[in-house]
Design a protein around this ligand. Sequence first.
Ligand code: SAH
Ligand code: AVI
Length: 331
Amino acid sequence: MDVIIRSALGLDRDEHETFLADVIAGLSDNPKRLGAKYFYDAAGSLLFEEITGLPEYYPTRTEMGILRRDGARLMGELAPGTALVEFGSGSTAKVRVLLDAAPSLAAYVPVDISAEFLGAEATRLQDDYPHLKVLPVAADFTSLFELPPQVRGRPLVGFFPGSTIGNFEPHEADAFLRRAARILGPASRFIVGVDLVKDERVLNAAYNDAAGVTARFNLNVLDRINRELGADFDLDAFAHRAFYNAARSRIEMHLQSLARQKVHVVRRAIAFRAGETIHTENSYKYTIDSFQALARGSGWSPFKVWTDGLFSVHALVNQAVDDGRQMADDR
Ligand code: SAH
Ligand code: AVI
């Protein structure tokens, strides 16, 4: 399976150099921070898959339930030759439900930053759906990227499940939605999975599982920096911390230094105070109205939402074609 690698347009720096520059900049900042996209090397992708099966991590199970129940309705009627473009495809478990619900789809473009995992998943999917054109693209969706030439000119439906949109700051989510509208084009629709604000105990448990898998997922980013950038983080000297910040409607994940220590990244020494943290991820939770307001301001018209009370799946239509018209089944 050929994976098309599309680097960020306008940036001519090699991925390794960008990773190093981002790590040095983030660890030199106050408070220290690392971008959540760096969780996803091959090991991180496998750890995330393990998270999705944990009893405490409800988002995958609940979104799957909605897709199984309402998949055909949320795909709606498809013009001949329609292609589905998934942002952050991961294991492709969810798209299989949509492919089964909409067998007339002609092509599927999984887009993911975790290139090795993407290649393996795309091959598996192609074997299971031999009549579908599977066209994987390894790209960072925080920049503009090109779709494969085989889908240009086709009607496109975007799919962004898992509440990965929650890992963006609200202004980044706005920029992402605008970029997606540009990538998918004026006649497109977009299906977006969004986790909902809920009881803090449920949220805190989902990011502090008893088996410690989320802790391993969080710590893996330090392991990755050691492996790929020759750093000397002692993983036993950092602890996973995750908590719900109600004022900002987000789960925050941090790695806390258990002692005063120095870590070296290339030849740079980074000093940590005992108790100091590296902020590694936010996972924003929305209400149905707050997400629809965000979408409306970012180039998309919401026309339908499905929810089980814990999670929501939104169908949006590109404002470039919707032209302000109300859809018949407006919520
Ligand atoms: N869609 C799957 C996986 C969600 S995990 C699900 O719903 O279960 C988030 C996925 O997005 C991972 O596969 C990760 O590799 C990918 N990802 C994270 N940041 C990314 C980025 N900046 N560009 C492209 N893919 C990214
Ligand atoms: C991919 N993303 C939506 C997950 C989330 O819930 O924010 C990543 C994750 N982090 C810890 N557990 C899962």
